[in-house]
Ligand binder design. Structure first.
Ligand SMILES: NC(=O)c1ccc[n+]([C@@H]2O[C@H](COP(=O)([O-])OP(=O)(O)OC[C@H]3O[C@@H](n4cnc5c(N)ncnc54)[C@H](O)[C@@H]3O)[C@@H](O)[C@H]2O)c1
Length: 203
């Protein structure tokens, strides 16, 4: 098992990709805290994954709010018995679809707040913990949309491009503390079961 005794926080952990990542991490022996907005989705994900390997817990929080991120870390440091956070996977994301000329300011703000600012806030706070403990790994979810434009997704595309350069800058600044930072850029992922609505399709 490649992640025995590692402690991981997965934001968006009740969503399609986040819960699949949580499942795989648990199977590899990690202890996992999933963070998401809706307590019922969190509970059902925790129940579904509780016998997969490592310990799992859930926390209802909003990655775009600094106070909520601090509470999340407080919760994590109590749940992870050795008080370490070895891995942060920033997977929470949204992608409201709209023609460029019709994007509402509120949709623009929320997309940048969740996808880009949320990645910044969680990474900044958790990197402080990682620096103290001597290292860690941060994985930021970008997208092919951060490299190639797709119509109807200007805010999403811009946020995911931002995640790529944020990750590169974090990698440069945090390497000296033994913190490895990467962003991943998947294309559209066809899910095995369509329980959840894909984040960036037309509604
Ligand atoms: N599905 C795809 O094809 C695809 C492709 C490339 C990248 N991505 C990215 O992967 C990530 C997950 O996508 P998905 O398809 O699993 O979507 P999803 O909607 O199933 O999961 C996203 C999760 O993030 C949560 N979330 C949203 N705002 C949040 C907030 N403020 N705080 C905490 N949690 C919040 C949602 O509640 C949801 O559970 C996203 O960042 C998305 O942009 C998805």
């Amino acid at each position: 098992m490649r992640l025995s005794n590692k402690n991981a926080i997965i934001t968006g952990g009740a969503g399609s990709i986040g819960s699949a990542v949580a499942e795989r991490f648990l199977e590899e022996g990690a202890n996992v805290l999933i963070v998401d907005l809706d307590q019922r989705s969190i509970n059902s994900t925790v129940n579904r994954l509780k016998d997969k390997g490592g310990r799992i817990d859930g926390f209802s929080g909003d990655v775009s709010k600094a106070d909520s991120v601090k509470e999340m870390i407080h919760h994590a440091l109590k749940f992870f018995e050795d008080g370490r956070i070895d891995i942060l996977a920033n997977i929470a994301g949204i992608g409201p679809f709209s023609k460029f000329t019709e994007i509402k300011e509120s949709d623009w703000d929320r997309t940048i707040d969740v996808n880009l600012k949320g990645t910044f806030l969680t990474s900044q706070e958790i990197s402080k913990v990682m620096i103290k403990q001597g290292g860690g790994v941060i994985i930021n979810m970008s997208s092919t949309n951060g490299i190639l434009a797709e119509e109807g997704l200007a805010a999403y595309n811009a946020s995911k491009a931002g995640v790529i350069l944020l990750s590169k800058t974090m990698a440069l600044e945090l390497a000296k503390y033994n913190i490895r930072v990467n962003s991943v850029c998947p294309g559209f992922i066809k899910k095995q079961n369509f329980r959840m609505r894909p984040v960036c399709r037309k509604r």
